[in-house]
Design a protein. Sequence first.
Length: 213
Amino acid sequence: MLLPLIKRGKNRLIAMTGNRDSFLATHSQHILNTYTEKEACPHNLAPTTSTTVQLVLGDALAICLLELRGFGTKDFAKFHPGGALGKRLYLRVSDIVQNNHRPEVDVATDIRQVIVEISEKMLGATAVLDNGKLVGIITDGDIRRMLYKYDNIMGLTARDIMTSNPKTIGSDVLAIKAMEIMQEKGISQLLALEKENYVGVVHLHNLIKEGII
């Protein structure tokens, strides 16, 4: 029933079939013969060998067309933007951080307020700023180490426990690069910068949610 509709649109029909005398084959301009002598199924009933041949031939045909048409990574991202592979080619850090909270504290912020900021923004860390300039980061791990180190946290500020020179990434960088940096450094978040200005946090969970990993 489908063949007349396809031919009515003046489409060239290429058949993949193991039966050259079939209705599909006789109504096609080209035939890719996928004949198999026997299925791998011990009863020669369940499609096994035949489906493998179709898969291999289909992949080969797709790759040939890809090369002949000069189909590149930008084309893939354009026509398949919703998939994980497409996102690896176009999703940028800025696309992620704009949907996140932006945790930040001043270097003089009391440690209790630092803990509140990290908890409320739910990204496992907060940036530390000094007169608007990024100078450090405090993570959940820093809070745990502080509690282990100090018997009394009264009077402690963000400056006392922050990690200076935090790992950063440009907001225009591809998200896949953020993942590579996190894996290499063994960390779970990066601070995003736009023209050296702090704009937010990209977390490993963001990348997992987007299907990057």
